[in-house]
Design a protein around this ligand. Structure first.
Ligand SMILES: [Zn+2]
Length: 231
């Protein structure tokens, strides 16, 4: 079993004020990027290359980071994990500043690994449910609404800022939104991750979804077509 933990190639980023603001800290807790979960770990080798990231902004790490820490290595191909991207100030991944700022290490990982399968884990507060899964998300926010999967877990694509520029259209790019504080959400996401870490291609995932979640698969494919013009 391989456990090639690699350190962030540029080393820990020096502490900056914005990383320590708005973060609840325990005595002795590290609040910067030098946190042990902030590095990338890579299991296995070869194709397909899968990159899973969690804790992308604000306090979302509290509901998502543990899921990537507990994941078992894939039986085939490569599994790269960044359990904690950033826990500083909340910047939306729909903002052009996210991937060049707090999410920079995601871009570096995508450029280095060229993953065929890319998964982001996010969390949401129940008051934002309508904003994420409501029918008028496309009108209001400019991106398709999330599909409601199960146990409060929502499924959508990733920010157009990286989808279009960094991935070929055959890549599988998914974003899961877990309901904040929900044990059911976490358990269901863990099951989905166990499947996704063995998935070989986007088409294999589409087949899985058609069988297990036909309505959501239909919506996701339609949204994708409408948004990107093809699949
Ligand atoms: Zn998020």
């Amino acid at each position: 079993m391989t456990d090639d933990r690699i350190k962030d190639s540029e080393g820990p980023i020096p502490a900056r004020q914005e990383y320590t603001e708005n973060v609840e800290t325990q005595p002795g807790e590290i609040t910067t990027d030098s946190h042990p979960d902030a590095g990338m770990r890579i299991y296995g080798s070869g194709k397909p290359v899968r990159l899973f990231v969690a804790g992308l902004h604000g306090e979302e790490w509290k509901d998502t980071t543990e899921l990537l820490k507990n994941i078992k290595p894939s039986e085939t191909g490569t599994l790269a994990l960044i359990p904690l991207v950033d826990r500083g100030k909340y910047v939306s991944t729909l903002s052009p500043d996210y991937y060049s700022g707090p999410g920079k290490k995601i871009l570096r990982a995508i450029e280095a690994l060229k993953p065929e399968i890319y998964i982001e884990l996010h969390s949401y507060s129940s008051q934002n449910f309508e904003k994420l899964a409501g029918k008028n998300r496309l009108e209001l926010i400019g991106v398709p609404a999330y599909s409601i999967l199960k146990d409060g877990v929502l499924l959508g694509s990733v920010s157009p800022w990286i989808r279009r520029k960094y991935f070929p259209k055959e890549a599988l790019c998914l974003s899961f939104e877990l309901q904040k504080g929900s044990v059911e959400s976490r358990k269901f996401t863990a099951k989905m991750l166990a499947i996704l870490k063995e998935i070989q291609s986007r088409d294999e995932f589409i087949e899985f979804m058609k069988k297990e979640f036909p309505a959501q698969a239909k919506k996701a494919i339609e949204d994708y077509r409408r948004f990107y013009g093809e699949i």
